[in-house]
Structures are given as C-alpha cells and as structure tokens.
Design a protein around this ligand. Structure first.
Ligand code: SAH
Ligand code: SF4
Ligand code: F3S
Length: 469
C-alpha cells in the first residue's frame, strides 16, 4: 500500500487562515478548545491527533465547556447506551451556544459515520456546526475554516474511508510516560453484532518503518509504557507491499534499545498464533499480558457471532500461553445475551471463565446495532433474564479476580511508578499485566521502573513495598 503524506501540505493554508480568523475574533485571548472523547483507545489516539492539529492552529485546551471557543465530541457507536449518552451531552450544549453564539461545535468519530446520526444531528441539534467522519481528521483545518466562514450552515464530511494512512498529523499526547501507537486502522472481521467495520472502514496497516520510528522517538523522549493499537492487531501486515506479520513487527520493536514496555490490543483469537506467544515469551520489552476477547464460551453462539474460532481453539491458545509464559495475565471481553443465547449456552461462558481465570473482564450486555446482521436475528430473551445472566457473570468474575489478586501476595513484581496516589504519601504503579499497585515512596520514583514486593490485595488494586526499602 502506498504511504502518502497528506498533512500538513495543503492543510497548512487553512491553518494560517484560521489563525487570522481567530485572531480577529479573540484578539487578546488564546482560543480554547474542549476535546471530549468517548469509546476505545483508538478514539483516544485520534483525539491526540485532533489536539495536535488544534495546537498547531494555536488553541489551548480546557475541560470547561463554558470557557470554550470550540467544542469537539469524538464519539463512540459501539452500544446504544453509549450513543444515547452522547446525544444527551450534545443536547446539553444548546444553552452554552445560546450564551455564546461564536462557539463552534463539532461532532466527529464513529457515530458520525452512520447516516441516521447525521440526519438526527441536523434534525435535533441544529446548533452543531461541523460533522467529521473517522477518516477525515487530516481535513480538520479546512473543515473548521469552512465552518467559521459559513456560520449559518452545517459542514459535513463523512463516509470518506480511504486506503491511505495520514502519517504526518501532529500528535498532542496527554501523558509523559504512557503512549498509544496505532499500527492499523479499521476492521474486516464483521462480527455479526459489531458496528466497527461499518464506521471505521476496511483494515489498513501502517508501514513497519513508520511504527518503529515513532516508537524510537517515544523511547528517546522517555516514554516507558507503549500500547500498540488495532481492532485486530494479529492481522497486522495484510495489504502491505512487504511480507510481515504481527509477530515480525513485535520482534522489530523488541530490538529497539532502551528501558520500556510494549503491550498491544486487541488480539483476535482467530489470528492469534503460537508464534505470537513464543515471541512474547522470548522478548525483553513485551508485557506478559494478553487481552484476548472470547465473547462467548459456546460454539453455536461463536458461530452466530461470526467469530471464526471455537471454544477449543480459544483454550488451546490460552493454555499454550500459560505453559510458555507462566506469569501471563489474561484479560478479555465478553457479551451476555446475544440473540437466541439460551441459559445453557450462557453457562458455557461461565465455565470458560472458570477454566481460564482472567484477572479482569470487560463485560457487556448485547446491544442491537442497526445495520448489523445480529440486529435482524430473533431475540426472545427478556431484559430481566439478560440482567440476571450479567449479574451471575459479574459475581463469578469478582471471585476469580479476588483469588488472582490474592495469589500475587508475596511475589516480587516489576512495576512502572506512574503518579502520586490520591492517598497521601502513596504512589500509584502498574505491573506489566496492567494491575494497579499502590506503594509507599517518594515522588522522585515517578516515571521509573521499580521492583516491589506485593504485600496485600484490595478489590481493585494490590499493595506493595519497594524491594530493599
Ligand atoms: N476489536 C476488538 C473489540 C472492539 S469493541 C475485538 O474484536 O476484540 C470492544 C468490545 O465491545 C468487544 O470485544 C465486544 O465485547 C463489545 N461489543 C462490541 N459490539 C457490541 C454490541 N453490539 N453489544 C455489546 N457489546 C459489544
Ligand atoms: Fe468488532 Fe469483531 Fe472487528 Fe472487534 S473484530 S472490531 S468485535 S467486528
Ligand atoms: Fe467505539 Fe469506535 Fe472504538 S465505535 S469502541 S470508538 S472504534
């Protein structure tokens, strides 16, 4: 695939023009933007690009909507509940706009890639100035310029999924230790319940050189915990000119000098290979953490979900990982109440959870997404029954998490000291497996790796003491 650069070249012209427009509007003040992000890490990473562009234009950031000159909502469409909440929050901007007619309101991200959402925004929220789809971030300066010039019109650019990747969009990172690096965009899997392939377009991988040089730069700047992002990182490399898979990319990243961790999400079990597990086992920098969503423990449901693996295949990968990497921390996503799931089929999900023992789970009740194949399937299970299944799931997972956390007591763990804890005199750290550990210690430890002995376990975190203290 060609790796053309679209930014800043012609968008630079708009950046200059917007600066002029803003200067005439807000001559004494630096314009302020709110960028509010919903959804997954991919969206948070996109927001860092949106902020990078806005910073170039001259914006500073605030979380106070009343102070803002520009408000951007970067939205998520994964479940109905997420969308409803976001519509509610857009609605609440009406009064702010009334008080401050110069305010520009933009809605971007996954929700906007649905035609029905564009129509609803136009109908119910006419005060929105700009709608921008997921593959149009590089166009933000130009679109913002149009929105400022044509105040009585809504500017829309969506549905523009392209097969190129914009490599040169500036990134404004909110954290000095942890960074996300997208290695691929989009999704080709079409799980029958999921909206992502419709709103994020087809899979495209970044060239390995771009990924490597970004990570080298981050390591040089002192970043310590780097997360590689993709909806299905295991299919990395598809469509690239050279023959490279995800394990190959990880090996190249592992060869970078420096003291840092690398983790990745999300892995799809259908493409997770034994080679991947071997690569983690032999690596220096890759965390012993595997987030491997299983969604259901029942083979009929997995087939209906179009997941392309079965329970046995899932367990074989997990068991291989446990054998090769005995301290591996496993986490996963699971959906309860997929259309036609029976109580017995749900119990297969419970038995898989008991068998694998995940340290934590992201648990979801199935949500109907218009346009997906599952939305046309018959769904007779009552909401009450689904909630009861959900309750049983949470109860089971909570006891397993407690058990796994207790098992950590007495172990020596390498942690990254991330920040001061809200508890006076304490510091918040994270293990390679992503578990939070609170330790006593001086603030000069922040940003460093430390070996700690785990001394206690609470509901959501561990307690530890720095070794040798
Ligand atoms: N690409 C990732 C998941 C991205 S979405 C993967 O395949 O693993 C994150 C999680 O949201 C999914 O793993 C799934 O558990 C959940 N999810 C997606 N669509 C959903 C829906 N319609 N209803 C409920 N949960 C859903
Ligand atoms: Fe959705 Fe499946 Fe793609 Fe994940 S792999 S984003 S669940 S379609
Ligand atoms: Fe949501 Fe889009 Fe991520 S739908 S979960 S923000 S890819």
């Amino acid at each position: 695939m060609e790796n053309k650069t679209h930014f800043p070249t012609h968008q630079d012209i708009y950046i200059k023009s917007i600066k002029k427009l803003f200067l005439s509007h807000f001559s004494d003040n630096i314009p302020l933007a709110v960028v509010k992000t919903y959804g997954c890490q991919q969206n948070f990473s996109d927001s860092e690009k949106i902020k990078g562009i806005l910073k170039n234009i001259g914006f500073d950031f605030t979380t106070d909507e009343k102070k803002a000159d520009l408000i951007i909502f970067n939205t998520c469409a994964i479940r109905e509940h997420a969308e409803d909440r976001i519509f509610g929050n857009i609605g609440a901007l009406k009064n702010i706009k009334k008080e401050k007619p110069d305010l520009i309101i933009a809605v971007c991200g996954c929700m906007t890639e649905q035609e029905s959402v564009e129509e609803k925004i136009k109908r119910s929220f006419p005060f929105v100035d700009l709608i921008l789809g997921t593959d149009s971030i590089y166009h933000l300066p130009q679109m913002l310029y149009s929105a400022m010039k044509e105040r009585d019109k809504i500017i829309v650019e969506r549905g523009k999924s392209r097969d190129i990747i914009d490599e040169d969009i500036p990134t404004f990172r909110g954290n000095k230790l942890k960074a996300s690096v997208p290695i691929m965009y989009g999704c080709d899997n079409f799980c029958s319940y999921c909206i992502v392939p419709y709103v994020r377009g087809r899979e495209k991988s970044r060239a390995p050189e771009s990924v490597i040089s970004e990570i080298k730069e981050l390591v040089d700047k002192g970043y310590k915990d780097i997360t590689l992002l993709g909806q299905n990182v295991n299919s990395y490399g598809k469509g690239l000119g050279e023959k490279i898979n995800f394990a190959d990319l990880l090996k190249k990243i592992d060869a970078i000098n420096g003291e840092f961790w690398v983790r990745f999400m999300t892995s799809h079990p259908k493409d997770a290979s034994f080679e991947l597990i071997d690569t983690i086992a032999q690596s220096k920098h890759i965390c012993h953490h595997l987030h491997l969503p299983f969604q259901s423990g029942n083979n009929r449901i997995l087939k209906e979900m179009n997941r392309h693996y079965n329970r046995e295949r899932y367990l074989s990968i997990v068991n291989y990982a446990k054998m090769k990497i005995p301290d591996i921390i496993l986490t996963s996503d699971v959906i309860v109440g997929f259309p036609s799931e029976t109580t017995e089929e749900f119990e297969d999900t419970l038995s898989l959870i008991k068998e694998v023992k995940f340290s934590s789970l992201f648990t979801f009740i199935y949500s109907k997404r218009p346009g997906t194949p599952a939305s046309k399937m018959e769904d007779k299970t009552s909401k009450k029954e689904k909630q009861e299944r959900f309750r049983r799931l949470l109860e089971l997972q909570s006891s397993i998490s407690d058990e796994i956390y207790r098992e950590q007591i007495g172990k020596i763990e390498k942690v990254l000291v991330e920040c001061a804890s809200p508890n006076e005199g304490k510091l918040t750290c994270r293990t390679g497996g992503g578990i939070v550990v609170e330790i006593k210690g001086k603030k000069d430890l922040i940003g460093k790796f430390a070996d700690v002995e785990i001394t206690g376990a609470r509901r959501c975190n561990l307690l530890g003491e720095v070794c040798g203290d």
